[in-house]
Design a protein around this ligand. Structure first.
Ligand code: HEC
Ligand code: HEC
Length: 200
């Protein structure tokens, strides 16, 4: 065993503690096609989608309070910032004061400031931190809480939206969401086709 592979083996042994809940793989809808009952298949597809939705790259912008989170441990945003009236931050301390239209690597240090156009908090009604998959599923389908979207519009958002896509290109120093936006879109489409039932 070379020193490098020994170090890698150690790393593999050491990681499960921190990365336990962080999904790194995402199955496509074909993996679930054997489940004949539509409601059960939809529920299983949603649980797979939830590996993306409950990833820190998504949750950090979808809190159930007014403070964005940071990092894989979803720590409170440093420096302290708040949602503000329109989810864009407080007057004089808008998200775009620091966040640019793209990720910007730090000069002379590891990491980056994440960025995208637009960059702001998801509405309070779409807060997900601490919710079960069943609760998130119910929220996604509820026009009163999902920005008045139809299921077709939810599919379009998951498959095409740039801010959703950012989660797979989050900049230096951040773990991307599992799989790809394309697989996430395919899962969403299959979930809707199966009747969009929620896990229990
Ligand atoms: C004063 C500067 C500043 C302001 C204002 C600011 N941010 Fe940040 N934000 C940062 C920095 C710097 C980081 C990166 C920290 C790190 O990981 O090194 C960051 C990271 C984040 C992350 C973490 C992404 C991830 O998954 O790890 C999110 C989400 C975020 N900001 C959202 C917001 C939102 C939403 C607003 C407005 C309500 C906002 N920020 C306002 C400086 C700022
Ligand atoms: C930088 C912040 C940010 C990140 C990161 C982010 N979102 Fe959002 N999300 C938003 C905002 C803002 C909206 C509202 C957009 C609108 O209504 O036009 C939104 C809305 C949504 C919606 C539609 C409303 C609903 O029912 O929840 C979905 C679905 C969604 N996001 C999924 C995701 C997923 C999945 C990820 C990760 C792969 C993600 N978002 C990452 C900010 C973010």
């Amino acid at each position: 065993m070379t020193i490098r592979s020994a170090a890698l083996a150690l790393l593999v042994l050491a990681t499960p503690v921190a990365a336990q809940d962080l999904a790194t793989e995402l199955s496509g809808p074909e993996v679930f096609s054997d489940i004949e009952d539509d409601a059960s298949r939809a529920a299983a597809l949603f649980d797979e989608m939830a590996k993306v939705i409950t990833h820190p790259r998504c949750l950090n912008c979808h809190p159930v309070d007014n403070i964005p989170r940071q990092g894989d441990d979803m720590a409170l945003h440093q420096p302290h910032v708040v949602r503000g009236e329109d989810d864009h931050g407080a007057v004089g301390m808008e998200c775009t004061t620091c966040h640019s239209t793209e990720n910007v690597a730090y000069t002379g240090a590891e990491g980056s400031i994440p960025g995208h156009d637009p960059w702001h908090l998801a509405p309070l009604s779409t807060g997900w931190i601490g919710l079960s998959n069943a609760e998130i599923c119910a929220q996604l389908k509820d026009p009163e809480r999902n920005g008045d979207r139809t299921l077709a519009e939810i599919l379009e958002h998951n498959a095409e939206d740039g801010l959703v896509g950012w989660a797979w290109h989050p900049g230096e120093g951040r773990t991307p969401a599992p799989g790809s936006q394309e697989i996430f879109g395919d899962l969403t489409e299959a979930w809707i086709e199966a009747g969009a039932s929620c896990p229990s």
